[in-house]
Design a protein around this ligand. Structure first.
Ligand code: PHE
Length: 354
């Protein structure tokens, strides 16, 4: 055995003892990684020993080589289980740290519900469908032409003041937030030929002081029927049936004279109070009647404006307040509750309605 071989054998022994001793002391996965690179890594002690074989005389290399390789295998085998144990400890520690207490009650998911106005709108759409009316929808930002002119409300007409209007600033044409759903009367008639039977649910806007029964935005449902020989009796029968579908078969409808430039004659209509059966109570403010909206026979000027011949066809139109109906149905005493987005109101409501 040459001196060099002696030296190598001694080195192997030193490395073995040291490496195995240290392996015992490893406490963490990081220690293990470090140990591995110190001994078995590309610049580790064992690797260097193996590389040093080249310095030996040729005939000594096989024996020394075997010894070094054996060391490598021995250390690799010893390292495996230690490394595995430390890696498992890391996972175990993480599992403890991330533990979820499954005995805690879960967070209740927030479930949305339909808005009261949407519920009533959907109900009205269903009722009118039974009566042969199709629901159509129109723009909330309107031109003065549809909101006023085609409804027989000319520019300087005093009636134009009635709808304290929110104007959209523009250079040219008058643009407004629609003050009612009536502009869809003209839009629909321009598009269709009689017979026409539509309803138009939607929002309308007025620039006015707010209180428990007035909002600057509210929801209406317009109705329009145009055909040969449509009469006021058709109007009354239709509204009567809607009131009965909404509030029960006992209900009656009341018409009183009223003025709207786009109808002639015009009425306001009310339903007898379902709460007190018309005897008078808090809900109907002791009148026995609940106001529902305006209506009348379509004015000949409106028919002419869209190219219909008032000698050939006639029609009725009405606009009912959806907010009012929702207030009555659900006993809400402030119209502002619908639009002010108070989650408590909406939640109470969602729970009450289900
Ligand atoms: N547009 C009217 C309003 O907002 C209601 C109405 C509609 C009256 C149709 C008559 C006919 O007050």
């Amino acid at each position: 055995m040459s001196t060099a071989q002696h030296g190598l054998a001694a080195d192997i022994e030193t490395v073995r003892t040291e490496a195995l001793d240290r392996l015992e002391t490893l406490a963490t996965a990081a220690n293990a990684t470090e140990w591995e690179s110190n001994y078995l890594g590309p610049r580790g002690r064992v690797t260097l020993l193996l590389r040093g074989l080249g310095q030996l005389p040729k005939e000594e290399r096989p024996i020394a080589g075997r010894a070094a390789q054996q060391l490598r295998n021995e250390l690799t085998d010893a390292f495996g289980p230690v490394n595995e144990r430390l890696a498992l400890e890391v996972i175990a520690a993480r599992l403890v740290a991330d533990a979820v207490d499954i005995s805690l009650p879960g967070r209740k998911p927030t479930i949305g519900a339909a808005h009261p106005i949407s519920i009533v709108t959907a109900e009205l759409v269903d009722i009118f469908a039974l009566l042969g009316f199709q629901a159509v929808f129109g723009p909330e930002v309107e031109t003065g032409r549809y909101n006023f002119d085609l409804l027989n409300i000319p520019a300087e007409h005093p009636a134009r003041d009635v709808w304290d209007t929110i104007h959209v600033e523009t250079q040219g044409e008058e643009i407004v937030l629609r003050t009612h759903t009536s502009p869809m009367q003209a839009r629909t008639m321009e598009r269709l030929q009689p017979p026409v039977r539509v309803i138009v649910p939607g929002r309308a806007f007025r620039f006015e002081a707010q209180d428990a029964s007035h909002e600057w935005q509210f929801t209406q449902l317009e109705g329009l029927a145009v055909d040969r020989n449509i009469t006021m009796a058709d109007l009354k029968g239709t509204l009567q049936e809607v009131a009965r579908q909404l509030f029960g078969p006992e209900r009656r409808i009341r018409f009183r004279c009223d003025f709207f430039p786009f109808v002639e004659p015009g009425v306001d209509f009310a339903v007898d109070c379902a709460i007190c059966d018309g005897k008078g109570c808090r809900v109907c403010k002791h009148t026995g009647w609940l106001e529902m909206g305006g209506a009348g026979m379509v004015h000949p000027n409106v028919l002419r404006g869209v190219g219909y011949d008032p000698d050939e066809v006639s029609g009725f139109a009405f606009g009912l307040g959806i907010d009012r109906i929702a207030m009555m149905k659900y006993g809400v005493d402030d119209v502002r509750a619908f639009a002010n987005n108070d989650i408590r109101f909406l939640r109470d409501f969602a729970e009450a309605v289900g």
